[in-house]
Design a binder for this molecule. Structure first.
Ligand SMILES: C[S@@+](CC[C@H](N)C(=O)[O-])C[C@H]1O[C@@H](n2cnc3c(N)ncnc32)[C@H](O)[C@@H]1O
Length: 331
């Protein structure tokens, strides 16, 4: 039976967060349909209940909850009449307002609370369940359960500054995570990062029980990646060598952050030449429909001759640096 879920996205890059959720659910065969979208809120209608391990993969979504009520109405008294008794088994609960217009908060909490059986205890600090009330153009009431945790907060433990081997140019773990989730990869697949550096992307691949393969031209970077993976108790294959080594592996997708400026080496090759050679190697080694997800600073250097551009996201780092994420599919 189909079910609607409410996704509250982090504010970093709404478009990236929205596509991450949709692409991941497509990969995991939930056939998601976008039924509502407003600012950082989306509702997806999916085929069946979403497995908590899939929710755990989401990097750019703060919270996922199951929609109980969804309508165009905004008169609270009318809405109340349509809501049946809310059954949350024996769990403790809190009522939280995400956004509301025109209705006092305590009125919502009291009247909605009357729909929950008396046996359920209120726990405002650590409830098992949160009943979320959102009212804007639509009214949405949804149920969040404590075991439905996304990666959004947990990823801070993976933050670059907590890793034993630090790279100032490493991508934020939430973004790396979303890149892997855009690559159409699932548990047990092999995903390769041929410019792995200190292993920021490899950590996310391995954390999602996907096989991580890393390549870097610098021995020191290989050691850093191995050290960082070990720090989080994660496994991966990391080899020293040129990007050409991708041809030695059987893989389902490439997720990578190639050198883009003066601070990372290209061993004298130059970014322009390295990018054009990389695209040729990717095209030769990849099968139809497989994806390359890459972070770049100058998308013009990427010639997608044998690929179709599926998504392009842009995010501002500082005045002189805007980065892009390209999602390309092999033709
Ligand atoms: C932007 S950094 C990757 C940063 C990485 N995402 C991290 O978390 O640290 C690019 C990496 O590509 C490596 N590299 C440069 N040329 C290469 C080549 N021809 N083949 C493989 N790796 C190369 C560099 O040594 C550098 O570590």
């Amino acid at each position: 039976m189909s079910q609607k879920y409410l996704f509250e996205l982090g504010g970093e890059n709404i478009e990236l967060g929205k596509c991450e959720a949709i692409e991941l659910l497509k990969t995991e065969k939930y056939e998601p349909k976008l039924v509502y979208y407003n600012e950082s809120i989306i509702i997806l209608d999916v085929l069946k209940e979403i497995n908590k391990m899939v929710i755990r993969r989401l990097g750019m979504t703060k919270r996922v909850s199951k929609v109980l009520y969804y309508s165009n109405k905004n008169k609270f008294d009318e809405i109340l009449k349509e809501i049946p008794r809310i059954d949350i088994k024996k769990k403790s609960f809190a009522i939280r307002l995400i956004k509301k217009e025109g209705i006092p908060e305590n009125e919502i909490a009291i009247k909605l609370g009357e729909k929950i059986p008396k046996r359920n205890k209120i726990n405002l600090s650590k409830p098992d369940v949160k009943i979320l009330y959102y009212s804007d153009k639509k009214t949405i009431i949804s149920i969040w359960e404590r075991n439905l945790e996304t990666y959004y907060k947990r990823c801070l433990k993976h933050h670059i500054r907590y890793r034993p081997f630090f790279s100032p140019i490493g991508i934020h773990p939430r973004i790396s995570r979303s890149m892997v989730n855009l690559s159409n990869s699932t548990k047990g697949d092999n995903v390769i990062d041929p410019f792995c550096g200190t292993g920021g992307i490899l950590i996310e691949i391995a954390d999602m029980q996907i096989e991580a393969i890393g390549i870097d031209i610098l021995k020191k970077m290989v050691e850093n990646s191995v050290g960082n993976l070990r720090h989080y108790n994660l496994k991966g294959i990391v080899v020293e060598g040129d990007i050409q080594n991708v041809e030695n592996y059987d893989f389902n997708a490439i997720v990578t952050d190639p050198p883009y400026g003066l601070s990372t080496t290209t061993k004298g090759e130059g970014v322009k030449k390295l990018m054009s050679r990389s695209m040729e190697i990717f095209a030769e080694t990849m099968k139809k429909k497989q994806r390359v997800v890459m972070a770049v600073s100058n998308p013009k250097l990427i010639n997608p001759k044998d690929f179709t551009l599926i998504h392009k996201f842009e995010w501002y780092i500082h005045k002189s640096l805007t980065r892009y994420i390209l999602v390309l599919e092999r033709n």
